[in-house]
Each structure stands twice: as structure tokens, then as C-alpha cells.
Design a protein around this ligand. Structure first.
Ligand code: SF4
Length: 459
């Protein structure tokens, strides 16, 4: 698409975006980037060269917000320094923190020009018009219809992220997302397929379908016909086959809620080689009492049974997870139950955190908070066990032959490349830089930290 001519006729304006948090935020930054470019703006090589800095914030943890404040204050100082020299800098804040603290952001840091919430992104073009013309824009209106973020990929990376749904209806008691992102909205299959086509045409080989809870994807068309997540996956597989380009060969999806992962979905993954042999299945805790307090809507037996069904149908599947330690009321026995579940399942890796109260969530008002020292000690145990398990699972893979998508040239040696298997394992092996973007068959030879060293099998 050619850029929409801007009404602004001065020198070309430049933007700089800092994105924090989840893949969804990255997708939303990519969507905003399209609006910048449509307005004739270009990316600034450094923040110092930018006319506008956009900070896309995360609110999931207090530390994420503190970091955002640090960046906002940093650019506020830069803005004041420029003002002393008669130069301007526009500072715009968006993302979950902007949604959570719409008014507070400007009250606390007056250097911020605009705060754009989740349902205000349709007005982003007006923000750019205002910055270009140097005039003040009044209150930004909320849109009744959510505007979906677009897929994004880093050029040369051959992997892309494609949002298929937005929001979350689950209300886990520790999580702020449903309050900030709103209820679940599923994108139309026609939109998703059109974007997949565009990605395939631009050379993408692997796509990750994104959503806070992709398993509850459900789209109803005007005729009342419903499409759920397994049906969407079948639809995608058929569509790409019929298209016949063979460009996109792997599809992943993030994030899966155990309560919504159906047997039909397991069948689709098992039957369609397009879908990668890896599922990120957040468990959070191995204690039934804590899972109930978290409002996760499954217990540890249901989780174990689901893992069994997945492994029975897809024996080469790797599973990763999120674990949240030190939830209010958690005892040493609860933590032991988490360790036991980890041993039983054998996650290939895990994102492990200790609980911090999130203002505005039910858990923040729960009694029996676990002292910091205890949370940290429990988390250390969880991390230690996961490290051991990752190591032993990886050692068990030495000698295996698997396919990788070559993602980049190795940073250490220019004569080597870095690839990723379907199971989300990183492999470094000798190959020329021209192979980036290709698939290759490799034998896993040894381990260097959490990366395999391998050799390509040329048949
Ligand atoms: S499933 Fe739970 S943790 Fe995940 S986004 Fe929804 S409420 Fe938050």
C-alpha cells in the first residue's frame, strides 16, 4: 500500500517505538507502525533523531510498570532538554498501562502528550495529525469496535506473529488482563487467511497465531455459523494446501488455557503436520487448592490427564508452561505439589515467577500473603528443578535428527547459523549465511548451555 499523503508538508517526521510485554503488544506496535507509515512518517534510527517516541507499555506485573515509568521519565527529561534548545519531542504512551491509568499517566508526568488506550487506537492518526501541525488534540474518543492488531515480523526473520483474538474472559484472580484488554473478541477467518496470504507472499515460513487464550477462539459469521479454534486450524491447513505455495510450513499458537484444549484440537495437531510439535500449556500451580483460588477452572488431575491425552496422540510433542509461585495462602505442601507435577509432566522449559499483588485484581485483596523471603526460596526450588529437567530432557535428545527453520547467523561465529526445531529447541550448526530462511535437517550432537550444537544432514 502506498503511503497516504500527509497534510503535513514539512520535513519528514520520524518515530521511535519502544515495546514492552507480550507478543500481543509487539503485534499492536506493528499495527501502529503501519499508521505512522501511512502518514508518511519514517522510523528513526535512534530515539535522539525521533520527533515522536511511542512507549507501548505492559501492566502485567508491578515491575513492568516501574520499568515503563523509568522510560517515560527518561524521555520527559530528553523533551525538556530539547525544549531548552527550541526543539520538540512528542511523547505518546499506549498499551496496558495506558489503559489502566489513562488520566494518572499525564497527571504524574505532564511531559506526556497523549495516552492512547486499547479502545482508542482508531484515533491514532489524529494524534499524528496533531503532532505534525503542532496543535493540541482534545480528548481522544473510545471506539465501540475493537481494531485488531496486525501480524508482524522482523525483516529477515521469516517468523511472524498473527493475532487471531483479543481479550480474555477467564478472570484468573491474579491477572489484570481481562480488565485491561476486555472481553474475548475473535477475528474473522477471512481476515486471518488474507493476512496469512500476505505473509506467505512476503517470504514468511513460520507463523504463530496469537491470543490471550487461543483455544477459546470462536467466530460467528453473519449467518450465525460458528467456527471454533480446531475448525479454524483445519481451515488454515486446507487453505494453505489449496494455495500451494509451500511458503508457510509451520504454524504455532500461543497461549493455550488447559480448560479449553479439546480432544478435537489434539486430533488436528496430530493429523496436520503444519502444526508444530510444541504446546505452551500454562499450569501455574500443581496444588488443587491454589488452582481453585486462582480461578483456573481445572485441577492437577485434569491437567495431568490432558497431558496424557496429548502425549498419547502426539508422542513427539514438547510442552512448556508458566508457573506462579507464592500465591496468597500457598503453603510448603502446595509448592511441593507444584514440584511433583513438574516432575510428572517434564516441561521442556517454563516461565517461572513469584506472585506480586496486582492492584485491581481479586487476589490483591486475599489474606495470607506469602512473605517475600519465602516466595523467593520456593521460586528458587522451582527454578532449580526446571533447570535439571530441561538439561536431562535435552541430553536425551542428543543423537536425534530433526528439522529446523534457520533463523539467523550465529552471533559468535559467522560460519554458523541458528535454527529452531518444531519443539522450540535452538540448534547452532555450520552453514553459510545464505541459508537463513531455509529449512534444514540436522543431527543434534551436543549441548552448549540451552542450545544444541548440530550438523546438517545433506541427503
Ligand atoms: S487466562 Fe487468566 S492469566 Fe491468561 S490472560 Fe486470561 S485471566 Fe490472565
Amino acid at each position: 500500500m502506498s503511503p497516504r499523503p500527509s497534510r503535513y508538508s514539512g520535513p519528514q517526521m520520524q518515530y521511535f517505538i519502544e515495546t514492552y510485554g507480550c507478543q500481543m503488544n509487539k503485534a499492536e506496535s506493528a499495527a501502529l507502525e503501519i499508521i505512522f507509515r501511512d502518514h508518511g512518517w519514517s522510523p528513526a534510527p535512534t530515539p535522539a533523531a525521533a520527533d515522536l517516541v511511542l512507549i507501548n507499555t505492559c501492566s502485567v506485573r508491578v515491575t513492568a510498570e516501574n520499568r515503563a515509568w523509568g522510560r517515560i521519565d527518561h524521555y520527559a527529561a530528553e523533551k525538556r532538554a530539547r525544549a531548552a534548545e527550541g526543539r520538540r519531542l512528542a511523547l505518546v504512551v499506549t498499551g496496558c498501562m495506558a489503559e489502566r491509568m489513562k488520566r494518572e499517566v499525564k497527571e504524574r508526568q505532564s511531559a506526556v502528550d497523549y495516552v492512547v488506550g486499547t479502545f482508542q487506537k482508531q484515533a491514532f492518526g489524529l494524534v499524528l495529525d496533531a503532532v505534525e501541525s503542532g496543535r493540541e488534540l482534545g480528548e481522544i474518543e473510545e471506539s465501540p469496535a475493537f481494531v485488531f492488531a496486525k501480524s508482524y515480523y522482523e525483516p529477515g526473520n521469516f517468523r511472524s506473529f498473527l493475532p487471531i483474538m483479543h481479550g480474555c474472559d477467564n478472570f484468573c484472580t491474579y491477572c489484570i488482563v481481562p480488565y485491561l484488554r476486555g472481553r474475548e473478541i475473535s477475528r474473522s477467518p477471512a481476515d486471518i487467511l488474507a493476512e496469512l496470504d500476505a505473509l506467505e507472499d512476503s517470504g514468511v515460513r513460520e507463523v504463530t497465531l496469537l491470543g490471550q487464550n487461543v483455544n477459546s477462539y470462536r467466530h460467528r459469521d453473519e449467518g450465525g455459523h460458528e467456527l471454533d479454534f480446531p475448525a479454524l486450524l483445519r481451515h488454515i491447513a486446507l487453505h494453505l494446501k489449496a494455495r500451494g505455495r509451500g511458503g508457510i510450513r509451520w504454524i504455532r499458537f500461543l497461549t493455550s488455557h488447559p480448560k479449553d484444549l479439546s480432544d478435537t484440537l489434539i486430533d488436528v495437531i496430530a493429523e496436520e503436520p503444519l502444526f508444530c510439535r510444541h504446546v505452551h500449556l500454562c499450569v501455574q500451580s500443581g496444588s488443587d487448592r491454589i488452582l481453585a483460588a486462582m480461578n483456573r477452572k481445572y485441577d492437577s488431575a485434569a491437567y495431568r490427564a490432558l497431558v496424557e491425552r496429548l502425549r498419547a496422540r502426539i508422542p513427539d510433542l514438547s510442552l512448556s508452561t508458566d508457573i506462579l509461585v507464592g500465591f496468597p495462602g500457598e503453603t510448603e505442601e502446595d509448592n511441593d505439589a507444584t514440584l511433583a507435577l513438574m516432575r510428572d509432566v517434564g516441561f521442556s522449559y517454563a516461565y517461572m515467577y513469584h506472585y506480586n499483588p496486582r492492584e485491581g485484581t481479586p487476589a490483591a485483596a486475599m489474606p495470607n500473603r506469602v512473605p517475600d523471603k519465602v516466595k523467593k526460596a520456593r521460586l528458587a526450588k522451582v527454578i532449580e528443578l526446571q533447570k535439571e529437567m530441561t538439561r536431562s530432557l535435552m541430553e536425551g535428545r542428543i543423537g536425534a535428527v530433526d528439522e529446523v527453520l534457520i533463523e539467523s547467523v550465529s552471533r559468535r561465529r559467522k560460519s554458523e547459523v541458528l535454527g529452531r526445531t518444531q519443539r522450540d529447541e535452538m540448534v547452532v550448526f555450520p552453514a553459510p549465511p545464505s541459508r537463513v530462511g531455509d529449512f534444514a535437517k540436522v543431527r543434534l550432537l551436543s549441548l552448549s548451555g540451552n542450545t544444541f550444537r548440530g550438523e546438517e544432514i545433506l541427503s
